[in-house]
Design a binder for this molecule. Structure first.
Ligand SMILES: Cc1cc2nc3c(=O)[nH]c(=O)nc-3n(C[C@H](O)[C@H](O)[C@H](O)COP(=O)(O)OP(=O)(O)OC[C@H]3O[C@@H](n4cnc5c(N)ncnc54)[C@H](O)[C@@H]3O)c2cc1C
Length: 334
């Protein structure tokens, strides 16, 4: 695609909806870029049904394009590519943004391949290049140990954004823009997938891990699923969400939806309490935005203590019941 490419396209996560947290984050980045580069912002919504567009304007979109086709009722990568490739060619944007989610991590690179352009995935920061040139995109690499700055010379620059790494857009109530509909005709031969059933992950009781201000997470150091209630009890006393290391989810003690880390969820709580978790780099990749980390581990040399502001060295099975009891007392819940 050509050098005259102009505009920022934000692809909205269908599962998140027009007023969702990811939508606000992606549009927040899009709007700031649009202002910095003086380019318009277009929000693209995929879906069979006609989505509500008001929040997208309020979050900063100048134009909303609803991409409507029955195959887009559920996320189907082949159908989404069949719809987006002609749309992006027509719009010829400078930048295409989307969240680095289950959907975005598949869609971003595949779309880049179709358009023969560059993609930077899982970006944690970005800024306009000098003199209005290509964006400088920061990726967290090697399990979060290093950061790489990437520049894409081709257009559009396709970027997937790590959830929670960017501040959400502040809505401007009453802000409006334009809306149009795009009815793609995906080539049936290239749509090789069929989405038969979508299973909603069982909603965790209480606070959602991604939104929680306090998270208590357990690891292999708990010894077995029979001790997991200790993590839940502490979380309940604190009004916290429960998370887990991959060692624990792989072992089947708790559902995968609780996994925090590189291949799990990214969280940004004010307080993160890690119990019996060693602090492997892949785990810490998911908690790098936590403000205060407290670690409970029986090994004084455990890596987690390097990240923790407060640490308790000891057996979690003894410490957790006592801690829960004291917290309940302090909060008047005993
Ligand atoms: C590609 C890739 C992706 C990965 N993605 C993730 C991911 O998303 N999330 C993730 O978590 N991991 C991930 N991992 C796995 C990661 O490398 C670690 O293996 C995992 O995080 C270890 O989990 P753990 O800390 O619970 O277990 P361990 O490393 O076994 O640590 C257990 C800790 O408990 C302590 N302990 C033992 N007994 C007690 C006790 N009684 N009281 C208190 N402490 C005790 C030990 O001292 C130890 O520090 C990934 C790995 C790879 C290769």
């Amino acid at each position: 695609m050509t050098a005259e490419a102009r505009g920022i396209v934000a692809i909205i996560e269908p599962a998140d909806g027009p007023a969702g947290a990811l939508t606000a984050e992606v549009l927040g980045v899009a709007r700031r870029l649009g202002n910095d580069l003086n380019e318009p912002v277009t929000a693209v919504v995929l879906g069979e049904t006609v989505a509500e567009v008001g929040p997208l304007w309020e979050f900063g979109a100048d134009k909303v394009i609803r991409v409507v086709h029955p195959l887009l009722a559920e996320f189907n990568l082949d159908a989404a590519l069949g719809a987006l490739e002609p749309l992006i060619r027509r719009e010829n944007p400078n930048v295409v943004l989307m969240a680095h989610t289950f959907q975005g991590r598949a869609l971003g690179p595949a779309l880049a391949f179709r358009l023969q352009t560059g993609v930077a995935t899982d970006c944690v920061d970005l800024r306009p290049g000098a003199g209005g040139g290509s964006l400088v995109l920061t990726r967290s690499i090697l399990g979060g140990n290093f950061r790489a700055e990437v520049v894409i010379d081709t257009r559009p620059q396709i970027v997937t954004l790590r959830p929670k790494a960017f501040p959400p857009a502040e809505p401007t109530p009453g802000r409006t823009g334009t809306v149009e509909e795009f009815r793609p005709e995906p080539d049936p031969v290239r749509v090789r997938q069929e989405v038969r059933r979508r299973i909603q992950e069982a909603a965790a009781e209480g606070v959602r891990l991604e939104d929680a201000r306090i998270v208590v997470a357990g690891g292999r150091g708990l010894g077995g699923p029979e001790n997991w209630h200790l993590v839940e009890e502490l979380a309940s006393a604190l009004g916290a969400a429960v998370g887990a290391s991959r060692a624990v989810t792989d072992a089947g003690w708790v559902p995968t939806s609780l996994q925090i880390g590189l291949t799990g969820k990214t969280i940004s709580p004010d307080l993160y309490i890690a119990v019996g978790i060693s602090g492997a780099v892949q785990h810490m990749a998911g908690v790098s935005a936590a403000k205060t980390i407290v670690a409970i581990n029986k090994d004084p040399d455990a890596t987690i203590f390097r990240y923790a502001r407060f640490g308790v060295v000891g057996d979690a099975k003894q410490i957790l019941p006592a801690l829960t009891r004291e917290i309940k007392k302090a909060l008047g819940k005993a």
